[in-house]
Structure formats: C-alpha cells, structure tokens
Design a protein around this ligand. Structure first.
Ligand code: PLP
Length: 433
C-alpha cells in the first residue's frame, strides 16, 4: 500500500522519521514517498503489459513537477486538462506524443499551446468533448497548417455499480463530459470530412474511484461495439483510451489490486491490441494517493457542547476532500508510542484510552474539518498528526483561502529527503495583486 510505517512507536516516511521533517520544514507539509509513487506506477504498468499501453498519469491528481519528472523517467506519459497542466508535463520532460489533453472547455490559447508542442507537431491526442470543440480544433490546426489527432470522449452510460460519489462519477448520461454514445457514430462520420483534425480514437473516463471492474468492462464492451460499427462504415479507430479511476487505499482494504483490474480488462482488449489498437490508460489517484501524507500539528484542543475538537494547523484549504466529497482519511499521531501504533487504517479502529473528536482546521467555515466523530488517542497541543492517503487531490486542490500560504511539499527517497515546493510566504499571497 505505502511506505508510511510506524517503527518503535513513531511514523516514518520510508527511512525518515516524519517528526524530523516537521522540525526542519515545519507544518503543514505534504510528504511524498518516491518508492510508493513509483511502486504503484510499476504495478499498473506490469499488470497491463500484455496490452503495451501508453500510461498517461493523470497530472491533476498531484502535479508537482518533481514528482511528474520521476514518473516521466519511469516511462509515463501524462493526461492533462489545462494549459497549466500541459506546461507542467512538458517542463517535467514528458514526451509530447505521450500527452492526452482532456477537458470540456479548452480555450483557443490552450489548444494552440498543445498544437505547438514538440516543435509544432503537437501532443498525442486531444480528448474531444463536443462537436463544437472538434471543429474548433480543426480550424485552429488549419490556421497553423498542422495536423491534430483527436479522441472522442464517449459517454458510455454505464451503471455506477461501485457506488462512486455522485460528484466524481462521469459514466452516466447527463454529465457535462463527452458525447452520448448513441450520437458518437454520427459524429465520427461527420468528423471524417475534417481537413486538419483526425478523429480516429475513442476516449472513456467513467469516474473516480471505481472500486469494481464491471463499469470498466461494460464501458469497454460498448466502445468495442462502436469500433466495429464504425469499421463497417470504413472508419478505422486505431486508439482506445480507457481513462483513469482505479481506486486507492484509504482504509487499507478497499482498492482492487492493479492486477484485478487488468484480469478483467486485458482479455477484452488483448486481441485488438495485438492487431494494432493502441491502448491508453489515465490513472491518477491509484498512483499518487498512497504516495503522500499531510503532516500537521495540533494547535489547541477544546470542548464545544458534547463535542471535543482537535484544532490542527492544516485546514480545508490544504485538503478539501473531506468536506467536498465526505471522504475518509485515516488520521493518527506521528509519535503515538509503541502501545498506540495503529493496527489498521480502518474507520472502525479503536484503541484503549481513545476519545471521539472532530479534527478541524483554523478556517472560518464549519465545513473546515478533516475528520468528524473520529476515535483517536488523546491529543494535546504540539502533537504531530499525519493525514494518510493524501497524495491525490490534496495539494492539487489546495488554495489560499483565508490568506493561508500553501503547505510545503517534501519528497522522501530512502533515508534522504528534499523540499520539492517551498512553503508559500505572505509575499507569495499578494504577488501579482
Ligand atoms: N482522466 C480523466 C479524463 C479524468 O477526469 C480523471 C479524473 O478526474 C482521471 C483521468 C484520473 O482519475 P483517477 O485519479 O481517479 O485515476
């Protein structure tokens, strides 16, 4: 799962005590484990090897350029959703031809930037989300005198079998993403007439996290039927991007292994991949989530009615997932002592002498919490606490709300570590104003 483990009653990131990082870098700080990041990438790469896919790490999940560079060095491409993410990917040295660009509202500026990549031959694929966007891509490619490759994001209208949060399930009709599958064939036929943009690929992304394999197999089965229907019309689909959404470990027992997803998906695609269908995957969370923790310090504790509050120096601006998605993050003291080392990360975990608390931040919102009604060992002012499984959609979704400088980021590699993003200063807050 990850390399954040307790040794002699104290939390380590790989071989570095996190308390050492807190003493030297301060809190709140995101701490990443290189071995965990690369381990999750490698497991996906290994499991899907029979398809020889391009793995495009979804940079939106955690986009620090230093982490992205590690994945690029391991062979990864990138899934980007904005000009800024494209800039991050290219800065990290990503092969532009291994970049896919998604998003319903790409601006002309962003499209032009992507067309200009790779010395003007452009990125790998634009994941097309609407008819208007496709024709705009064709127009812009024509103005530049270049060719562009598009993949039509098809909305396969599959059931949310794994109970993914409504805000992050995108595989049903009536989401803003992609084009309904029953309109897709007509779209492809029309797009075949375009002069500068080729539409010979299908993109799926059904949501995140998808904890069961059936929505994938349902969506891929529908996409393959569409590929066959188009082939009968002489339209060749040469690439199928199956998106991201593989689950990660928050409680420790809920995410299928990469090999479980692969066991369900590879048999559907192996023959076609063997005959030249290029497969693309866009995993984000399943690579970055367990690679990061958010380390914070207890400022105060207090009683409010029947509730006890533990107020820490990390807040919803640092990690918005609990209040945005009602998501669970395991939280535990960094130095609980040998007797209080957690036996698991389950939400039901109890230890003797624990107490029920809300873990909250200092922001002026009652939605500013990281955990509610959580049983924890008794915490006191100055204690360090770790918020686990915070690598994905943690720092990436952080903000400066309440004029809070954003957290530092640290990358641990074995017994060493380095700051990969310095803590913001007050001057950073007003820079550009
Ligand atoms: N691809 C697309 C188009 C997405 O929108 C997302 C997430 O929102 C992803 C990939 C990555 O999803 P995950 O981080 O769950 O793998």
């Amino acid at each position: 799962m990850d390399h954040f483990v307790y040794k002699n009653g104290e939390l380590f990131a790989e071989d570095v005590p996190v308390a050492k990082i807190a003493a030297e870098v301060g809190t709140p700080t995101y701490i990443y484990s290189k071995a965990t990041l690369l381990g999750h990438y490698q497991r996906i790469a290994q499991a899907f090897l029979p398809l020889k896919p391009i793995i495009c790490y979804s940079i939106k999940s955690c986009g620090n350029v230093n982490l992205v560079r590690e994945l690029v060095n391991a062979g990864s491409g990138m899934d980007v959703t904005s000009g800024g993410e494209l800039f991050r990917a290219l800065t990290a040295g990503c092969d532009p031809k291994k970049i896919v660009f998604a998003g319903v509202g790409k601006t002309d500026k962003e499209i032009n930037e992507a067309l200009s990549a790779d010395g003007g031959s452009g990125i790998g694929w634009f994941n097309i989300e609407s008819e208007e966007e496709f024709w705009n891509l064709d127009r812009l490619a024509g103005l530049k005198g270049v060719a562009a490759r598009g993949a039509l994001r098809v909305n396969p209208d599959v059931e949310n079998k794994g109970g993914t949060h409504a805000k992050t399930f995108t595989g049903k009709k009536e989401t803003k993403f992609g084009v309904d599958i029953d309109r897709a064939a007509a779209f492809f036929r029309l797009a075949a007439k375009a002069k500068h943009a080729r539409l010979n690929a299908i993109h799926l992304h059904i949501g995140s996290p998808i904890k069961v394999t059936q929505p994938y197999t349902d969506a891929i089965t529908k996409a393959l039927a569409l590929i066959d229907e188009l082939a009968r019309d002489g339209i060749v689909i040469d690439t199928l991007d199956i998106g991201g959404g593989f689950a990660a470990f928050y409680e420790g027992n809920e995410a299928p292994a990469a090999s479980v997803y692969a066991d369900a998906i590879v048999p559907l695609l192996k023959d076609r991949a063997g005959k030249g269908l290029q497969i693309i995957l866009e995993p984000g969370r399943s690579i970055s989530c367990n690679a990061g923790i958010l380390l914070a310090q207890v400022q105060y504790t207090k009683q409010g009615g029947t509730k006890k509050f533990v107020i820490i120096d990390a807040a919803m601006n640092d990690l918005i997932r609990p209040t945005l998605y009602e998501s669970y993050h395991f939280i535990w003291p960094a130095k609980p002592g040998a007797a209080m080392v957690p036996a698991s990360r389950l939400s039901t975990l109890r230890v003797s002498g624990d107490e029920k608390v809300d873990v909250v931040g200092p922001i002026c919102e009652s939605g500013d919490y990281l955990a509610k009604d959580r049983y924890l060992p008794v915490l006191t002012r100055g204690d360090l606490v770790a918020v686990f499984s915070a690598g994905a959609y943690g720092m990436a979704m952080s903000s400066n709300y309440n004029a809070r400088p954003r957290a530092a980021e640290v990358l641990v590699d074995g017994s060493g570590y380095r700051i990969i993003r310095r803590r913001e200063t007050y001057e950073d807050l007003i820079h550009g104003e």
